[in-house]
Design a protein. Structure first.
Length: 163
């Protein structure tokens, strides 16, 4: 039984640490369930001390994993790709081919009045015009986003920008 309890703790901690790298997945829930099961089994099939040791171990190891995941890993160069700094700062970033889409240019695919769709590098996106109605084929630049739609403006064709 002790091997089962230790195995549940190890697998539960592994799954909980996956949740740090991939938030919003079910791994954290499954990991927490395994950890709770391990502690309950330790109390049920061991004595009070075995249950207390299992509980203390789980709490201590979870604190260690959380500290590592949120305090140490974001500062390591190789681990930065797992963390979205924009999300921590309260803003999100829409990307295209791994690059932020802000400032990219495209053309209106379906008339924006003000909502419709645009095409950037062959990919279509829902968009809202900040310049009123824009006809199909009008060149636009992405200025931001609201919910699941890009905010766009007509590309200025002034001589100063063309040079």
């Amino acid at each position: 039984m002790l091997i089962l309890i230790i195995g549940l703790i190890i697998v539960g901690l592994f799954l909980a640490s996956l949740e740090i790298l991939m938030p919003g997945t079910i791994w954290g829930t499954i990991g927490a369930t395994l950890l709770i099961t391990a502690v309950v089994l330790a109390y049920k099939f061991g004595d009070v001390w075995m249950g207390a040791v299992a509980f203390g171990s789980v709490i201590g190891l979870l604190c260690g994993i959380l500290g590592l995941g949120y305090l140490v890993l974001p500062k390591l160069n190789w681990a930065k790709k797992f963390f979205n700094d924009a999300a921590k700062q309260g803003r999100s970033v829409i990307v295209h081919d791994g690059q932020p889409i802000m400032g990219k240019t495209g053309v209106v695919h379906k008339v924006l009045k003000p909502g419709g769709s645009i095409e950037i590098e062959g990919i279509r996106y829902k968009a809202v015009s900040e310049d009123g109605v824009l006809e199909e084929g009008t060149p636009v630049v992405v200025t931001g986003h609201s919910l699941a739609r890009l905010l766009v403006k007509r590309v200025s064709s002034s001589p100063s920008q063309a040079a």
